[in-house]
Design a protein around this ligand. Sequence first.
Ligand code: NAD
Ligand code: MG
Length: 312
Amino acid sequence: MSDTSGTRPDDAHRERTDQLTFQNPVDRYPVVEPPEQDQPEPGLDAELEPKTDRGEFSYRGTGRLEGRKALITGADSGIGAAVAIAFAKEGADVALNYLPDEEPDAQAVKGIIERAGRRAVLLPGDLTDKDFCSSLVEQAVEGLGGLDVLVNNAGKQIAVESLEELSDEQLTDTFTVNIIAMFRITKAALKHLPAGSSIINTTSIQAYEPSPHLLDYASTKAAINNFTKGLGQQLAPRGIRVNAVAPGPFWTPLQVSDGQPKEALPEFGTSTPLGRAGQPTELAPAYVFLASPESSYVIGETLNVNGGSPSP
Ligand code: NAD
Ligand code: MG
């Protein structure tokens, strides 16, 4: 069944306690036990089973991003949607980029943002298109009346057994979406970002612990960490902070649209010290912290949110 803008996509998590309530992280969420499923890329939250928690009911805002203007790529679903929802609950207006096929998910997130009393600007388009990367930034600036947070979160992840089977098309697309578009969007955004702005890039634990079936994807994530640390130094004197968030295993549509080998899905996330996969809203506080002025002395950092797996 598809969700539409009229339904409440996070209903399955309506009764959850919020992120500021004292609780045991081991059982804040159950182990994800996904039924067999497969979605064509890019995949929809509306079709994902079980449903994820993006924080519609479980994220409590405390005014940390009052009046801010954020552009988030890949904001229709999964981690990007959870970040968009949390930003809105913290007082920000949000421009959301996603692929045109993801319109139902984007509409659902727009509904949540508007119910939180904030503005959602929908900007569908493909990040493999060079010209779209710069026009996306211009449209966001126009729609929001400025820009002071950029979250580069869109990502392509397709599992392939062997290097011989990795097509040149996939290789090029993965690098274009994950890292080249990040360069292009960030470059286009710079002339709009005032001192105090924050750029946050989504990397991955794959940057340091590459899975053998994710060679192209994992390489882009290592590049994102490096880009973040270099650009962080370049922009610090201008008062623009650049940081990254490195998720471990999070239950999102990426995983069921060939992001993982099918046989790996039932075990997804259970090998972390916490023993379960994360829910997208559990990542949102890391992005809120890095976007907010409270992290004024944090630059070039990769914040690992991965259920306890050791990371550099
Ligand atoms: P997701 O499928 O919900 O989000 C990925 C989004 O990327 C899609 O919604 C889509 O809008 C966008 N995207 C892909 N190709 C695009 C293109 N050509 N043009 C425009 N947008 C495009 O999955 P997610 O897990 O929330 O992924 C978000 C980010 O988190 C990605 O960068 C991913 O690499 C990263 N990440 C995820 C996990 C995890 O376990 N889910 C772990 C580490 C890192
Ligand atoms: Mg999506």
